[in-house]
Write a new protein. Structure first.
Length: 256
C-alpha cells in the first residue's frame, strides 16, 4: 500500500481544508469544504481528480461549499449520519464503527459529537492520520454548541485513546489563542512552556502549527488532562471527576 499524500489548504481566515491522495488508486478525498476556489486550484495544481468529500460536521465553514465542489468534480459526498439532513449533497451517511475507503486505505469513523451532535472524525490507523474537524484542536477543543459537556468529554477520550504518534489534522489554526489560555490552566507544565515557545516562533513566521500529534496533545492540551494533579490543584477541584474538571476548563475557555 503506497503512502497517502496530504495537502493542507488555508481557507477563509483560519480554516484548514485537506486533500488526501492515494497514488495507487488515483482517488482523492477532500476533508470538509471551507472554500471552493483554493480547493479546486490545489486539485488542478496537483493534477488530482476529486473522488470524495468527507465531511466532519454541518457548519458552513465545513460543508458550505459541498454542492459547488460536487458540481465541479462529480465527487461522492460522505458525511455524518447524525446530521445528514444538514449536509448538502450527501450521498452516504456514516457514523461510529463505519469504515470509508480511499483506494485500499481504510478510515474508521469515530463519533465525536459535542461541538455539533453528529460530528465525526476519520481515523486511518495504517498511516496514523486522524481528521478531526472541530472536535480536537492543537491545545484546544471545539466549543460545545449542540451536545453536552459529558458528550464532548466522552468524544475527546476516544481521540485521546488513539496511538500517541497519530497525526491530528484539525480544521482551524486556533493554536496561539489556545496556548494563551492553556498557560492559565496548567502554568507549571514544562512541556507546555516549551510548546508555547515553538508555537510563538512558528506563528511569528506565519507558519501553521497544525497538524499536531496525539502524544503532544496528551502532554500539553489542558482539555485532555483533567486527571492531572497540578491542574486539579490549580482549579481547586482535587476530588472532582474528570468530566467535571473538563467542563470547568471548557467553561473558563468560553469566557477567556
Ligand atoms: Zn464547527
Ligand atoms: Fe469550524
Amino acid at each position: 500500500m503506497s503512502n497517502l499524500q496530504i495537502e493542507q489548504i488555508s481557507c477563509l481566515s483560519d480554516n484548514y481544508g485537506y486533500l488526501i491522495h492515494d497514488p495507487e488508486s488515483g482517488e482523492t478525498a477532500c476533508i470538509d469544504t471551507p472554500e471552493t476556489a483554493p480547493i479546486l486550484d490545489r486539485l488542478a495544481q496537483k493534477g488530482w481528480v476529486l473522488s470524495h468529500i468527507w465531511n466532519t460536521h454541518h457548519h458552513y465553514d465545513h460543508a458550505g461549499n459541498n454542492l459547488e465542489i460536487k458540481q465541479a468534480t462529480g465527487c461522492q459526498i460522505i458525511g455524518p449520519a447524525g446530521e445528514a439532513d444538514k449536509i448538502p449533497g450527501i450521498d452516504r451517511a456514516v457514523d461510529d464503527g463505519d469504515m470509508v475507503q480511499l483506494g485500499a486505505h481504510k478510515a474508521h469513523v469515530l463519533n465525536v459529537g459535542g461541538h455539533t451532535l453528529g460530528h465525526i472524525a476519520y481515523h486511518l490507523p495504517a498511516t496514523a492520520h486522524a481528521f478531526v474537524g472541530d472536535s480536537l484542536f492543537a491545545l484546544g477543543c471545539g466549543r460545545v454548541f449542540e451536545g453536552t459537556m459529558a458528550q464532548m468529554w466522552a468524544s475527546l477520550q476516544k481521540l485521546a485513546a488513539l496511538p500517541r504518534q497519530t497525526q491530528v489534522f484539525c480544521a482551524h489554526e486556533y493554536t496561539a489563542a489556545n496556548a494563551a489560555f492553556a498557560a492559565t490552566i496548567d502554568p507549571d507544565n514544562p512541556h507546555l512552556q516549551q510548546r508555547i515557545a515553538e508555537i510563538t516562533a512558528l506563528r511569528a513566521q506565519n507558519q501553521p502549527t497544525v497538524p499536531t500529534e496525539i502524544g503532544r496533545e496528551l502532554d500539553t492540551n489542558p482539555f485532555l488532562r483533567p486527571d492531572d494533579a497540578n491542574i486539579r490543584q490549580h482549579l481547586n477541584m482535587i476530588d472532582a471527576s474528570d468530566a467535571e474538571v473538563f467542563a470547568e476548563i471548557r467553561a473558563r475557555k468560553d469566557s477567556f
